[in-house]
Ligand binder design. Structure first.
Ligand code: ADP
Ligand code: TRP
Length: 319
């Protein structure tokens, strides 16, 4: 089984990325041949600063490794180190109906949030399809918001197969059922572009400050609170056992505890949860060339497969 996923270096990784995608990707590396990449071509649709691009790409790789990605099992690489993927994207674009892309909600969402409506942003799902199909991927672990992109990928692969014969495998999404969308500080989806994130490796003081700023209603300390609508409870349940979550919910309902106390409890659960990963990150940082070496090795493995698949594609379409 080949597993593939990508994450954009458009900012710093946050706990929504971790629970929505990274945790599953890391768990899956034991089950097959995993390929994970830093989607820098994709990030160009929103990040047009070469220094930030280089730094973020490096940091995303570092953070992914610190969270448990094992480079002896999974290949970790930069998307742009396999430039053939843009050739495949062109070929796939020639069978992709314009109308299919017009229906993609991610494009509309991003434009609504102020990302420039470039042709690149519009055809983003075609490049994503190429990312997936160029490695003959079986399984793609992603958060719920990426599901439509996998459906588009399957559509495009089917069109190619119908037109040119069996060229591609149809990939399956692996959506994290235990993790619905992780809420941000304001209760909206946590996202790099909303400024509402809790970063996986934020500084202690900053992380505490951010958690203390989670938006709540103005129920007074003494009054009972509703645990079912609280993002504090929702976030806490990512880090705590069922019994711990049940205990927090009980204290919500009982009244007499302010939101500040619950936030402190959330902070310490989160801080403890990521402690081993922070330790691993410090070890990696002590070895300055480690990340680059991992990326170079990953690129080599990725290129070997991409070259094979591209020969097959070129032959199939007559190039
Ligand atoms: P962002 O919205 O912060 O830019 P990306 O779009 O780069 O995040 O997403 C990277 C991966 O993390 C995707 O698989 C996405 O589904 C997942 N993800 C991002 N934010 C969340 C969230 N708040 N909850 C669950 N999964 C998320
Ligand atoms: N579009 C994904 C995101 O924004 C990143 C991505 C690019 C990806 N190519 C991919 C994810 C291929 C899975 C497979 O999160």
């Amino acid at each position: 089984m080949r597993i593939l996923s990508g994450i954009q270096p458009s900012g710093v990784l946050h706990i929504g990325n971790y629970f929505g995608m990274m945790r599953a990707a890391i768990a899956l590396q034991a089950e097959g041949e995993a390929f994970y990449f830093v989607a820098d071509y994709h990030a160009l649709t929103s990040l047009q600063n070469p220094k930030a691009m280089r730094e973020n790409s490096h940091r995303v790789a570092l953070d992914f490794l610190a969270c448990g990605l094992d480079p002896d099992r999974a290949a970790l690489f930069r998307q742009s180190d396999v430039p053939q993927v843009t050739e495949l994207a062109w070929i796939l674009g020639t069978v992709t109906p314009f109308s299919r892309l017009e229906l993609a909600h991610s494009y509309k969402d991003k434009v609504a949030r102020g990302v420039a409506a470039s042709a690149g942003l519009f055809t983003y799902p075609v490049l994503m399809a190429a990312d997936i199909l160029i490695y003959d991927s079986d399984v793609v672990p992603v958060g719920k918001d990426q599901k439509q992109h996998i459906e588009i990928t399957r559509d495009i692969a089917t069109r190619i197969n119908e037109t040119f014969g069996e060229v591609f495998k149809l990939p399956e999404p692996r959506i994290q059922s235990s993790t619905e969308t992780v809420p941000g500080l304001d209760g909206q989806k946590m996202s790099k572009s909303y400024g509402n994130t809790i970063d996986i490796f934020g500084e202690e003081k900053e992380t505490r400050k951010r958690i203390m700023s989670i938006v709540t209603d103005s129920t007074p300390v003494e009054a009972p609170k509703n645990p079912d609508t609280s993002s504090i409870v929702q976030l806490y349940s990512l880090f705590a056992t069922e019994a711990e979550v049940a205990a927090m919910k009980k204290r919500f309902v009982a009244g007499g505890t302010g939101y500040g106390d619950f936030k402190k409890q959330l902070f310490s659960a989160l801080w403890d949860y990521f402690a081993p990963m922070r330790a691993r990150r410090a070890e990696i940082l002590a070895e300055p060339s480690y990340v680059d070496e991992v990326l170079a090795r990953g690129a080599e493995r990725a290129n070997a497969i991409a070259d094979r698949v591209m020969s097959r594609v070129r032959a199939a379409v007559g190039l």
